[in-house]
Design a binder for this molecule. Structure first.
Ligand SMILES: Cc1cc2nc3c(=O)[nH]c(=O)nc-3n(C[C@H](O)[C@H](O)[C@H](O)COP(=O)(O)O)c2cc1C
Length: 348
């Protein structure tokens, strides 16, 4: 099966099946302390923030999803219209297909065409750099969409349970380091649903990575997606594999000085507020936007505006005037996430 057909398969499964992980992202274990005396006017709350040096309208971005198939062009177009209109960053999906097949480039360039001013994030799989890609391919991905940053994704679980999977990850950190060295745009490293632990976050920071997106467990699960693609039993035994987003976020934010983003099961503005109080600089959302983007840009904007309203209310109720104050407010972590973090020595 070609990469292009596989990409379409992923979208079809994500649209028609229930593809979220068997584990929770953990936001139900996080509580923001309610302030009966907020001492702030809800309407004056400022959601603007800096995203890798660029001012954006809120601490939320559209996480990498697609490209590499003519169908994906429409999806990236609608996501781009929303990103441009709302001034939030947008990540495109893996550009490997565009690098290997000229005719697929349009499904990515459509993002820059419709979001001329948005912060755009290029995307390639980190494992490709163990299989022949060099920093030149990373540079081509950046140039393809005039990107402001590039995300290298880590997806060892997906590769391991996929029939066509690439599991040669030996040397991957060194390859990531070479890309960081060669490129003049920042490099983000992201997981895609299994999370990043404190130890790996530190190694990524040392390798020269500019930001980490934890891509934790609890949202879209590629073990679930692959279980619909013929590796059923193998993938099914990994449905609850991975570090929940909340746990991974705390582990990473406590361990590194570079910005940490939280993606994976972020499903409301309340989740975003909790993630920011736990140390995230911004949150990424994928699946709920994909389901709208196949229909049009309006629905994408509606979901994003709902998150914006909920975030504003959560900030009001926790007495935070702006994102900076929210990030200083204390979140209480309870339940399974607390147990997990305690077992890892990450509390206190
Ligand atoms: C259809 C689909 C395709 C995706 N493709 C990519 C990809 O090419 N590169 C990548 O880094 N992440 C990819 N992701 C992962 C997302 O960026 C995100 O990390 C993950 O879906 C968790 O967020 P969610 O729970 O809000 O969906 C994809 C997600 C979906 C739903």
């Amino acid at each position: 099966m070609s990469i292009s057909e596989r990409k379409l398969d992923h979208i079809r499964i994500c649209l028609n099946e229930s593809v979220e992980a068997a584990v929770s992202a953990g936001f139900e274990d996080v509580v923001l302390v309610h302030r009966a005396l907020p001492e702030v006017d809800a309407e004056s709350i400022d959601l603007r923030t800096s995203f890798m040096g660029r001012e954006v309208s809120m601490p939320l971005f559209i996480a990498a999803m697609t490209g590499g198939h003519p169908e994906a062009e429409k999806i990236n177009r609608n996501l781009a219209i929303a990103a441009q209109e709302l001034n939030i960053p947008l990540g495109v999906g893996s550009q490997r297909a565009g690098i290997e097949k000229r005719e697929l480039v349009r499904s990515f360039t459509v993002a820059r065409k419709h979001a001329p001013d948005a912060f755009l994030i290029a995307n390639l799989g980190a494992v490709q750099f163990c299989r022949g890609f060099t920093p030149k391919e990373a540079q081509r991905a950046v140039e393809m969409i005039e990107a402001d940053a590039i995300a290298l994704h880590l997806n060892p679980l997906q590769e391991a349970v996929q029939r066509e999977g690439d599991t040669q990850f030996a040397g991957v950190l060194e390859r990531i380091s070479e890309v960081c060295e060669a490129l003049d745009v920042p490099v983000i490293v992201k997981e895609t649903g299994s999370g990043i632990c404190a130890e790996d976050a530190l190694r990524l920071q040392e390798a020269g990575v500019s930001a980490i997106d934890v891509g934790g467990a609890g949202g879209t699960s590629f073990a679930v997606v692959e279980s619909y693609r013929g590796t059923e039993q193998l993938a099914k035994n990994f449905l609850s594999w991975g570090i929940p987003t909340v746990v991974s976020l705390v582990e990473c934010a406590r361990s590194v000085a570079i910005p940490v983003f939280a993606t994976g099961g972020v499903r409301s503005g309340v989740d975003i507020a909790k993630a920011l109080a736990l140390g995230a600089r911004a949150c990424g959302v994928a699946l709920p936007l994909l389901r709208q983007a196949v229909k049009g840009a309006e629905g994408v904007m509606e979901v994003l505006r709902t998150y914006e309203r909920e975030l504003r209310i959560a900030m009001f109720l926790s007495g935070s005037r702006d994102v900076e104050e929210l990030s200083r407010s204390k979140a209480v972590v309870l339940g399974r996430c607390r147990e997990w973090l305690s077992a890892r020595g990450m509390l206190g």
